[in-house]
Write a protein that binds this ligand. Structure first.
Ligand code: NAD
Length: 368
């Protein structure tokens, strides 16, 4: 009994469902954290080492991200115990069994996450009618292909110009993790006149004070190359990317990359968090003390989930981009204006705003 309610607080979780079907070796957990604003949206993660605690934390992060983004959706998350590299037909069988098992949980809409993809979301939709991040052929908007999150980051940074000494036109950008988020962020920022002066992927890091040719680097990556073997700039140690002098530093790879130890080495005006939880609380405090503005992950990287919500409501790509622009613009402005007024840390302010929104949505609900 105790364990079940271990993570409960004033916002949730509303439901924690354990799913077990030995006939297909299915073991999964679904946490519907809060549905005051509308049915929850959150990814289905598949890994061998997932846990109930991880599922709850991710579900709560979705409640806050969706509230911050101003979406008519609450937060949820599901985890499926299994090796994501298993044969495709076994994986499809498991995901279909999961989707069937949650078919009556109408307030949970499944999205892709680590270990799942668009094609598997099509299977979920086929089984229970509720999934986002679908293939284009069945009404999906390919958010990584169009760069929904990268575009959102560029909008966040346009707003940041009003609240800091940042100028994107002529500004220098560093991107850690030149994948879907990183590539499109760099591309959209180049449209604002910025240049990419430092970049990395899992194979290595490079710097070029005059800026990289972003289209050429994207083509090189698409052709199977890596940042390490790109034929421009100079190779640097991956751990030195943190110290490359720039105006904007974008983490777009792994969690926990900006730490108490390396935050003092950063030479940037703004950190725009593309990756989820890329910095520790202590690191964010150091950055604030050094006058570096941080735009927190669940404010800056909401482009993907906003796109997914537009897809769910039958909107098209044009509407998705317009919605990302409008929502990220107003939400970043709301956070940064309050930061300017109060001097509080951006994450503290963003959490306050998101929690306020969830609580207000809860007041509109029928009480039993
Ligand atoms: P991706 O797999 O397309 O790209 C990740 C990139 O990071 C790859 O180029 C990889 O080589 C690189 N990388 C991996 N380890 C690295 C390391 N140690 N150092 C430097 N580079 C490294 O993934 P993505 O979709 O671009 O997502 C990136 C991050 O953004 C993740 O943390 C993800 O959770 C977060 N995020 C993504 C979206 C989205 O819309 N895709 C939305 C919100 C948050």
């Amino acid at each position: 009994m105790e364990e079940t309610f271990l993570y409960a607080d004033d916002l949730g979780p509303e439901k924690v469902i354990e799913i077990y079907d030995p006939s297909v070796s299915l073991k999964a957990i679904l946490v519907v954290d809060n549905v005051a604003a509308g049915p929850s949206i959150g990814g289905l993660r598949m890994a061998t080492d997932v846990s109930k605690e991880e599922c709850f934390r991710l579900a709560r992060a979705m409640t806050l991200k969706n509230a911050m983004a101003g979406l008519p959706h609450g937060g949820g998350k599901s985890v499926l115990f299994g090796d994501p590299t298993m044969p495709a037909e076994d994986k499809e069988r498991l995901v279909r069994a999961f989707a069937y098992a949650v078919k009556d949980v109408h307030d949970y809409i499944t999205g892709p996450d680590m270990g799942t993809n668009e094609a598997l979301m099509a299977c979920v939709k086929d089984m229970n009618g509720r999934a986002v991040g679908l293939p284009r052929e069945i009404g999906g908007i390919p958010l990584d292909e169009i760069g929904a999150t990268g575009f959102g980051l560029s909008v966040a940074l346009q707003v940041a110009q009003r609240y800091s000494d940042l100028y994107l036109d002529g500004g220098a950008v560093v991107v850690q993790g030149f994948g879907s988020v990183g590539q499109h962020a760099a591309r959209y920022l180049a449209e604002q006149g910025a240049r990419l002066v430092g970049v990395s992927d899992s194979q290595g890091a490079r710097a070029a004070a005059d800026g990289f040719d972003i289209d050429a680097l994207m083509a090189h990556k698409q052709a199977g190359g890596s940042v390490a073997d790109f034929n421009a700039g100079t190779s640097i140690a991956p751990e030195d990317l943190i110290a490359v002098e720039c105006d904007v530093w974008i983490p777009a790879a792994r969690p926990d990359v900006i730490t108490q130890a390396n935050a003092p080495r950063m030479h940037t005006r703004v950190v725009a968090q593309g990756a989820n939880i890329p910095a520790s609380a202590a690191a964010e405090k150091i950055l604030a003390e050094r006058g570096i503005l941080v735009i927190p992950d669940f404010v800056a990287n909401a482009g993907g989930v906003i796109c997914a919500a537009v897809e769910y409501h039958q909107g098209n790509e044009t509407l998705a981009m317009a919605t990302i622009e409008e929502k990220i613009h107003s939400n970043v402005a709301a956070v940064l204006a309050r930061v300017a007024d109060t001097g509080a840390l951006p994450r503290t302010v963003a959490l306050e705003i998101a929690r306020e929104r969830v609580r207000r949505a809860m007041e509109f609900r029928h009480t039993h």
